[in-house]
Design a protein around this ligand. Structure first.
Ligand code: DX5
Ligand code: ZN
Length: 236
């Protein structure tokens, strides 16, 4: 265990009010900085970064290099980088992602047999610690770590791996059951198929952090699309 003095500075706490978090997975990577600036200027205060390894999920995306490439502009806007790891052996990447500028790191319950250890390592690295559940994983699966080690719980409302999938309707009931079982201090995030028509149902069920990829960056005007989802969700 590292001493507190050896750790990175502790990141800002996650917002407690309802927020929409654009996912850069659907951004135009040839002009990533400009796309990030567009949603920051529209008011986004959480940017979601999907890391995929070609093993836990078939696609390969990006890692710490992309986090560090956007970190300054995100932090200058007093926004947070919310990293969603869809990778095996997530504990190997924590220190580097924290150094790159991640404010929260979420690992999959299904990807590590040592969730307790991994969440503790994320906090030790100075980041908010998150755990995600795939659609088929029971809602109560985080009960043993929720009180002591969890800052964020993520309900996947699609199978992880790709943007622009259909929202799984059963997720609304799962969000409700997850919220009921979590301490008040744990932020509940929903990810997958969230857009103008599904956002309000997620909020009503208890989610406060709403990830939106294709609905924002797939639109002709990402800032306008972001604002429309914020309005539909009643978010800040
Ligand atoms: C999917 C990713 C999502 C993705 C969501 O596995 O975790 O964050 O970007 O994309 P949309 O909002 O298009 O479903
Ligand atoms: Zn995600």
């Amino acid at each position: 265990m590292a001493l507190a003095s050896e750790l990175e500075a502790v990141r800002a706490p996650l917002p407690r009010d309802v927020r929409v978090a654009p996912s850069i997975l659907s951004a135009d990577f040839s002009r990533l900085g400009a796309q990030v600036d567009e949603v920051l200027a529209a008011g986004a205060r959480v940017l979601h970064v999907d890391v995929m390894d070609g093993h836990f999920v078939p696609p390969i995306t990006f890692g710490p290099l992309v986090v560090s490439a956007i970190a300054d502009r995100v932090h200058d806007a007093e926004a947070l980088i919310d990293v969603h790891l869809m990778i095996e052996r997530p504990d190997r990447q924590i220190a580097e992602l924290a150094r790159a500028g991640a404010d929260s790191i979420t690992v999959h319950y299904e990807a590590t047999p040592h969730l307790h250890y991994t969440l503790a390592a994320i906090r030790e690295a100075g980041c908010n610690a998150g755990a995600a559940l795939c659609p088929s994983t029971p809602a109560g699966s985080l009960a043993e770590v929720a009180d002591d080690l969890l800052d964020l719980a993520l309900c996947m409302s699609v199978d992880p791996g790709w943007g622009a999938q259909e929202f799984i309707p059963h997720s609304v009931d799962k969000i409700r059951r997850m919220r009921r079982g979590l301490p008040d201090g744990v932020v509940l995030e929903v990810d997958g198929g969230v857009h103008e028509d599904t956002a309000a149902r997620c909020v009503e069920a208890g989610a406060t952090l709403l990830v939106t990829g294709s609905a924002v960056f797939g639109a002709a005007d990402p800032a306008a699309a972001y604002r429309a989802i914020v309005a539909a969700a009643g978010a800040g």
